[in-house]
Design a protein around this ligand. Structure first.
Ligand SMILES: Nc1nc2c(c(=O)[nH]1)N[C@H]1C(S)=C(S)[C@@H](COP(=O)(O)OP(=O)(O)OC[C@H]3O[C@@H](n4cnc5c(=O)[nH]c(N)nc54)[C@H](O)[C@@H]3O)O[C@H]1N2
Ligand SMILES: Nc1nc2c(c(=O)[nH]1)N[C@H]1C(S)=C(S)[C@@H](COP(=O)(O)OP(=O)(O)OC[C@H]3O[C@@H](n4cnc5c(=O)[nH]c(N)nc54)[C@H](O)[C@@H]3O)O[C@H]1N2
Ligand code: SF4
Ligand SMILES: [Mo]
Length: 901
């Protein structure tokens, strides 16, 4: 009898956001993997958001980088691993010999596993002897790190997720939690449902999906958070909210911080004016904060990504110190981490101004401790270059070799055209990635294929300091190797010992031992210790359960820090930091009168190399957009649905104008995801200014002065095609992954003399006898054509002088059919569905592919009033729940529209 084995679910962790959900992955053959939430994981207790749920759709080997290659005569050619590693080690060695250790650099990522990160940092700081290793966490968490260090003496997040549930009020500052930390948002939503008096405050210039849960939304003027929290500090002090006992016993610097706050923020009316919010709303926030002991203030990139990012962090922490609301259940400041291992990278000291295991570069005792532990030949003795400076020094020729691992800086750094110039100039650019075609890979001299999620093995740490295992459940594809392995092999070829690891468990063990090494009050004390996880065997490491650091010698984790003070400064006290208000570095002027804010959308992850592969994630927001106030659109002569060009002093990009994000006048919002692979010219990083926070070096991604103008085109169009097409010569295009097809949105300039010939050339239909239906209106400007093969739609193209083209959703549904009906053909030629109800509209629920029209029709027809009723009626929201905030928005909008009608 031939019994096939029952597939086993592997417990692993999601590779996306810092919530750090546990995932059950079950490979079922042919590369297919069933994905589910892990009930036993404390972060998500079985739930997954839409990106996590779609992980199985991103694992195909299409587009994967499978072999090493080296540039020769201008082109990348496949080589052996040995040849590639020799080239890197030789190149690094020669450059160091001639120009010293600071002439080389590593630029790594919060998407590395802790073990990868550990060896990268060890190689650079202990063996090459330079601190020129920085990471994309510079663009993300570095202000939080700097704020924590200033306040607490060490980079420590005091609380945990349970605190949100135990709180009576949660303040979300610069965080679109609903879209960016969806499972934490669902946990908060569940509390709100159970305890309606639980208060949610959102502080964000935009009216985001997160605001659906808010009792109070403060749409602050971008960059004014320090005013807001200085004002709160002053209000709390003046209203008898100082926890004098706590302040006296556990803090210092209160008077100085209060003086500075009172300088221009003592009057709530003045603060309301500076922040451009209603005075009553501001006072509502201040009163609620004052009256509620159990408050969690969670913050993300609206705080960190600012030239005052570190001060914003400390202005928030100051308010928690003043009230003694820290380290106890249900209260505290809480930094939401972005990437899955943002926290792990900080543990190993991945930033250029940190050492390892929470030790400091500028502390001789720490340097000696780390060098002694590593038995390293040298140790970096000064901070290395921070990301923006690093790429500047590469362009200046001071840094001559860079190894980029698991990040796509040509898209994600500010002033991205400068990054391109830097990489063009750099003598040796090494890139390790999992995907063959990225904007950054195009500039690699050596390209290394890395293991991706599901193939690699190691640990990650989430926002609440919880260490989880990422476990492999797929074989290594092609010649791909783990990043730690490639790093160790280069180190060995450079003649360094100390990199002879047999597997990630040995690296983890070394990391755990270093965390405990001389970690005593008398020697070099640090709160970060995972000494209890020393000496795990490969098997114990494999079976490691999620645990929050610090981990005691007995192996117990820690949910909260600072319950009784005990801060990490030498004197055990936390510091109030005086945070003087200051405007962003670049302010709007006559030439660039608008302020550009950038951020994320629900269904895409960063530069889309993985989420961009999943058709079910492409329907929610298919193209980049420029969200702005309708009156500003009028003023600048741009129109909703049409293309516009946004430019700054640094660069320009093109996307479609939309309204609806609740953007105040004077601002525009553009998502960060689209890049040279997914659109002709939608890379927003080229526009973003490179100003940074003076302490953390984190870029001011949320505040760039820009202007906007029409992007004039003479026709609009789109293609759906079962095969990929090159769109050379089309003025603007976006490539969108569909279920059985690729969709191209496009727009062009100049007249098309012969539409038929043009369309056939574009779609690559050379055969004169192909089944080709087309239609042109009398003007000849509206044109559509369909290419049919064996009764099945193969391709179609629609062109019009206006942007009001037929519904994509309806046409996309035809690609699921094996045979077109007569009605379908009629519809194709008339440019609209011949049957009613087939146009579902843009996707709202990605899990079940439920469109906006379907939902709005159901709301109207069945008089639905709650999201749960929508789910019962049309399934939307019934799987991961990520679209529930939007369902609530649609309910409100439909009701409002009916009231008007
Ligand atoms: N879907 C999705 N989720 C993700 C990611 C992703 O790519 N896609 N990336 C992950 C990563 S690495 C990160 S770092 C996180 C980021 O998570 P978030 O920080 O929540 O996301 P962002 O959209 O970058 O920015 C958050 C908000 O800050 C607001 N903001 C802008 N300026 C200001 C200001 O001056 N003050 C205040 N108070 N708010 C302001 C913006 O309007 C925006 O809504 O998301 C993680 N989760
Ligand atoms: N304008 C603007 N820019 C921003 C931001 C913003 O809000 N506004 N946010 C910033 C923030 S917070 C962040 S975190 C960054 C993120 O920016 P990036 O880190 O540049 O974005 P990703 O697309 O996540 O890049 C990860 C790369 O690593 C590859 N990869 C995935 N897994 C592996 C692996 O296991 N090994 C290797 N070697 N490669 C792998 C992916 O294919 C991809 O090319 O963007 C920053 N840039
Ligand atoms: S919230 Fe979503 S993206 Fe974040 S870890 Fe959980 S499943 Fe992954
Ligand atoms: Mo991030």
């Amino acid at each position: 009898m031939n019994l096939s084995p029952i597939p086993l679910a592997i417990r692993t962790a999601c590779p996306y956001c810092g919530v750090g959900c546990g995932v059950l992955a079950t490979p079922v053959g042919d590369g297919a993997v069933i994905i589910a939430g892990d009930d036993a994981h404390p972060a998500n207790r079985g739930r997954l958001c839409v990106k996590g749920s779609a992980l199985g759709d991103t694992l195909s080997l299409d587009g994967r980088l499978l072999h090493p290659s080296v540039r020769e005569d201008g082109a990348l050619r496949q080589v052996s691993w040995d040849a590639a590693l020799d080239k890197i080690a030789g190149g690094f060695r020669d450059i160091i010999a001639e120009h010293g250790p600071d002439a080389v650099a590593l630029y790594v990522s919060g998407q590395l596993l802790t073990e990868d990160y550990y060896v990268a940092n060890k190689l650079m700081k202990g063996y090459i002897g330079s601190a020129n290793i920085d990471t994309n966490s510079r663009l993300c968490m570095s202000s939080a790190v700097a704020g924590h260090k200033r306040a607490f003496g060490e980079d420590l997040v005091p609380g945990c997720y349970d605190d949100f549930e135990q709180a009576d009020m949660v303040v979300l500052v610069g965080s679109n939690t609903a879209w960016c930390h969806p499972i934490l948002f669902q946990r908060i939503s569940a509390i709100k449902e159970a305890r309606p008096e639980f208060k949610v405050v959102v502080i964000d210039p935009r009216r985001t999906a997160t605001c659906e849960l808010a009792d109070l939304h403060l749409p602050v003027k971008p960059g004014t958070d320090v005013w807001l929290f200085n004002g709160l500090l002053s209000y709390l002090a003046r209203n008898g909210k100082v926890d004098a006992g706590f302040v006296a016993a556990h803090t210092s610097g209160f008077d100085g911080a209060l003086d500075v706050a009172e300088h221009d923020c003592a009057d709530p009316l003045a603060v309301a004016k500076a922040c451009r919010v209603e005075p009553e709303a501001l006072l509502d926030f201040y009163r609620s904060f004052a009256a509620t002991t159990k408050v969690v203030t969670a913050f993300s990139q609206g705080v960190n990504q600012s030239s005052a990012g570190t001060d914003k962090v400390n202005a928030i922490i100051n308010c928690h110190l003043l009230t003694g609301r820290i380290g106890k259940p249900g209260m505290g400041p809480f930094s939401l981490t972005g990437q899955p291992n943002a926290m792990g990278g900080r543990e190993v000291g991945g930033l250029s101004n940190m050492l390892a295991a929470h030790m400091d570069l500028d502390n001789p005792l720490h340097r000696e401790t780390v060098q002694g532990f590593w038995q390293a030949p040298r140790i970096a003795d000064k901070p290395g270059l921070k990301a923006v400076d690093l790429f500047r020094d590469i362009e200046a020729g001071k840094v001559k070799a860079v190894w980029i691992v698991a990040t796509n800086p040509l898209v994600s750094l500010p002033d991205a055209n400068q990054v391109q110039r830097a990489l063009e100039k750099c003598e040796l650019v090494v890139v390790s990635d999992i995907v063959a075609g990225t904007d950054t890979n195009a500039f690699a001299d050596v390209l290394l294929p890395a293991l991706g999620w599901g193939e690699k093995d190691g640990t990650v740490t989430n926002s609440e300091r919880c260490i989880s295992r990422q476990r492999a459940f797929l074989p290594a594809p092609g010649e791909a190797r783990a990043d730690w392995k490639a790093l160790c092999q280069v180190a060995q070829r450079m003649g360094f010992d100390g990199f002879d690891f047999d597997g990630p468990h040995q690296i983890f063990d070394e990391h755990a031992r270093l965390s405990a090494y001389r970690n005593t009050p008398a020697a070099a004390p640090r709160a970060f210790s995972i000494g209890g996880l020393r000496g795990l065997t490969a098997r114990q490491y494999d079976e490691l359960e999620p645990v929050q650091w610090p981990v005691s010698p007995g192996g117990a984790g820690t949910a909260r820090l600072f319950a009784d003070g005990g801060f990490a400064h030498r004197d055990g006290r936390a510091r109030f930091i005086a945070t003087a208000t200051r405007a962003p570095v670049h302010m709007p002027d006559a030439e660039y009168p608008l302020v550009l804010n950038t951020g994320r959308v629900r269904d895409q992850w960063h530069t889309m190399t993985r989420t961009g592969k999943a058709a079910r994630l492409s329907g929610h927001v298919s193209e980049s957009f420029i969200d702005m106030h309708p009156q500003d659109a009028l003023k600048f002569g741009v129109r909703e649905g049409e293309l516009a060009r946004v430019s700054s002093q640094w660069g320009a990009m093109v996307a479609r104008v939309q309204h609806g994000g609740g953007i105040a006048r004077g601002g525009v919002f553009i998502p960060i995801h689209w890049n040279g692979q997914t659109a002709s010219d939608a890379r927003v990083g080229t526009v973003v200014n490179p100003a940074v926070d003076p302490i953390s070096g984190e870029p001011e991604f949320k505040h760039t002065p820009v202007t906007i103008e029409r992007f004039g085109v003479s026709w609009h169009g789109f293609i759906l095609s079962r095969s990929d097409l090159p769109l050379d010569g089309v003025a603007h295009w976006t490539r969108i992954q569909g279920q059985q097809f690729t969709r191209y949105e496009m727009a062009g300039r100049g007249a098309i003399p012969d539409h038929g010939a043009w369309a056939r050339a574009l779609l690559g239909v050379a055969d004169a006898h192909a089944d080709w239906l087309d239609y042109a209106d009398r003007s000849g400007a509206v044109y559509r054509a369909v290419h049919i093969v064996n009764e099945r739609i193969e391709q179609c193209v629609f062109i019009s002088p206006r942007s009001d083209l037929p519904s994509r959703a309806w046409l996309e549904s035809l690609f699921a059919k094996d045979e077109l009906s007569q009605l379908d053909r009629v519809g194709l030629l008339s440019g609209q569905a011949a049957e009613k109800g087939v146009d579902v509209g843009p996707t709202v629920c990605s899990c079940f592919g439920v469109g906006r029209n379907t939902i709005c029709d159901a709301i109207r027809a069945n008089r639905l009033t709650t999201a749960a009723e929508i789910t019962a009626c049309v399934k939307a929201g019934g799987n991961c729940g990520s679209c529930v905030p939007e369902l609530k928005q649609l309910l409100a909008q439909t009701r409002a529209a009916e009231a008007l009608a």
